[in-house]
Design a protein around this ligand. Structure first.
Ligand code: G16
Length: 554
């Protein structure tokens, strides 16, 4: 036990930084930015200053294991002690996935949680770092809170920190620092126990044990490694080696832990059997840096995140946790409308929210929705208040165990029943901020002139910048993305990413609905070719960015 009761805690004087405005999901910057004098301390103190109930509270603390995780945790522990926090629940080795933190906040009725992660952004000394605060419902802090933290960070003149030596992050147990208790717990146990309450583990075990079923999960050297080994291999009996790239490394193996067709190439190659072994696994999945994203694949088959949400919704009755039906479904505005068609058939409400998981929080708390998802490889439910990568994988495994069909057959049958929403996202990464702003200002200024114009036999029906009125607390969020909607339901959406750390990233989302089953076999880019052309033209992407093609296509 460490004792520090003799130490007098004096506030430390500091200079405010002017760039601590949280983006779509917390504050994300280069590691080197976070390593500047008092940078992390200023932001943490700004969070603490916005929490009136901080003194005497319990906080959950952990991160995705990336470079600077351990050092930051020691700093935050010392600051929490000096700010009067009563208890910190910390993941062993400083490790917690984002969904695990969300669950623990709820389980322990904590005031909130601090998650150290820049999600799917690369890690390491020259990579990114990030910090976000989740509130007592387990979800990301709403904009009102993050705006207040930003305002605080601009004014901050001092912070509180205890001059305390490091605590052993790797050894389970309870420690005391000054008046504060720190409980170091197993990072995986509680999360794995929660999953066992939601799914039919016996049926999944039987599926995995069957001779003709093989799965591959790519942890991308990030946080889901220990979670996936425990759940898929140790509990559900997948053979050793089913989880690949399972070590959680501080630089994520030098990769970009974003589960998509580009960055999860290793998994994609296995699932498409590029080495021609003749034995592609039946089911493949990957997760991201902090474990909240997921990509789903079958053998020789990729499931878009929008389709994945729709298929899970349509089959949710096969999963024990959702067998009594869904209350409603939420999706972010740029996500394809496939899930809306399922909601319509189930006669339940569907909600369209701005990008950002925080917008689902009120709908989940108010019991208006059970499932929600985003095109950005996020899917989740009311079991926690974050998107949850491994939960999505278990949904699919449970559905496969019940339906005893291949991933591809299930998706194709879904299209046959509901129609297919061809969907793609084109990202133009790291473009000069000024060019991105000019493109957007001009696009926005032209919106009024676009209504009624015809492109490739489609008439523009709506041209606006999406605003969202939260039906629960009536808060309004404006400027959430430019929407061009055509009379046949096709859509082109433009947004600037809120999670990048270099320049600006323009995201263009393109969707076209095709009911006719005879047209469900087209290549996605070909099916959307004319809309892609229109999208480039309407925003004059080449003119403003000098980019002739996107950096990433998903
Ligand atoms: C975060 C948010 C998601 C959002 C995504 C993409 O994900 O939690 O809700 O969809 O960013 O945001 P943007 O398009 O602004 O880059 P994550 O996994 O990075 O935390």
């Amino acid at each position: 036990m460490l004792k520090n009761s003799q130490i007098k805690i004096q506030p430390v004087k500091t200079q405010a930084y002017n760039d601590q405005k949280p983006g779509t999901s917390g504050l994300r910057k280069k590691v080197k930015v976070f390593q500047q004098m008092d940078y992390l301390q200023n932001f943490v103190q700004s969070i603490f200053n916005c929490l009136p109930d901080l003194v005497g509270s319990t906080l959950i603390l952990g991160g995705d294991g990336r470079y600077y995780n351990r050092e930051s945790i020691q700093i935050i522990i010392r600051m929490a002690a000096a700010n009067g926090v009563k208890k910190i629940i910390l993941g062993q080795g400083g490790i917690f996935s984002t969904p695990a933190v969300s669950h623990l906040i709820r389980k322990h009725k904590a005031l909130g949680g601090i998650i150290l992660s820049a999600s799917h952004n690369p890690a390491g000394m020259d990579g990114d770092f990030g910090i976000k605060f989740n509130i007592s419902n387990g979800g990301p802090a709403p904009e009102e809170f993050t705006d207040a933290v930003y305002a605080e960070s601009l004014e901050i003149t001092q912070y509180h920190i205890g001059p305390i030596k490091g605590i052993p992050l790797d050894i389970l147990g309870t420690y005391t620092l000054d008046e504060m208790e720190i409980e170091v717990i197993d990072s995986v146990n509680d999360y794995a126990e929660l999953m066992a309450t939601l799914f039919d583990f016996d049926k999944i075990k039987a599926l995995i044990a069957s001779d003709n079923f093989k799965l591959c999960f790519d942890a991308m050297y990030a946080v889901t490694g220990p979670y996936a080994i425990r759940i898929f291999e140790e509990i559900l009996g997948a053979e050793a080696g089913s989880v690949i790239r399972s070590d959680c490394l501080p630089n994520f193996g030098g990769g970009h832990p974003d589960p998509n067709l580009i960055h999860a190439k290793q998994l994609v190659d296995i699932m498409f059997d590029v080495e021609e072994t003749g034995s592609a696994p039946n089911f493949g999945a990957a997760s991201d840096g902090d474990g909240d994203r997921n990509m789903i694949m079958g053998d020789y088959f990729y499931v878009t995140p929008s389709d994945s949400l729709a298929v899970i919704a349509a089959n949710a009755h096969l999963i024990p946790a959702y067998k009594d039906g869904l209350k409603g479904i939420g999706r972010s505005m740029p996500t394809s409308q496939a899930a809306d068609l399922v909601a319509e058939k189930l006669a339940i409400p569907s909600y369209e929210t701005p990008t950002g998981w925080k917008f689902f929080g009120n709908l989940l708390d108010d019991k208006r929705i059970t499932l929600c998802g985003e095109e950005s490889f996020g899917t989740g439910s009311d079991h926690i208040r974050e998107k949850d990568g491994l939960w999505a994988v278990l949904c699919w495994l449970n559905i496969l165990a019940e339906r005893k069909q291949s991933v591809e057959d299930i998706v194709r049958q879904h299209w046959a029943e509901y129609g297919r929403n061809y969907y793609t996202r084109h990202d133009y990464e790291n473009i000069p901020i000024e060019a991105a702003n000019k493109l957007f200002t001009t696009l926005q200024a032209n919106l009024g002139t676009l209504m009624g114009r015809i492109f490739n036999n489609r008439t523009i029906f709506i041209a606006d910048n999406f605003s969202y009125l939260d039906p629960v607390d009536n808060s309004q969020s404006n400027n959430q993305g430019v929407r061009i909607i055509f009379d046949d339901g096709s859509r082109i959406i433009y947004r600037l990413s809120g999670t990048g750390t270099e320049g600006a990233t323009l995201r263009v989302y393109i969707e076209r609905y095709v009911k006719d089953i005879n047209e469900h076999d087209l290549d996605t880019q070909e099916a959307l070719y004319d809309l892609i052309e229109t999208a480039e033209l309407l925003a004059n992407i080449i003119g403003y960015t000098d980019r002739h093609e996107p950096t990433v296509i998903t």
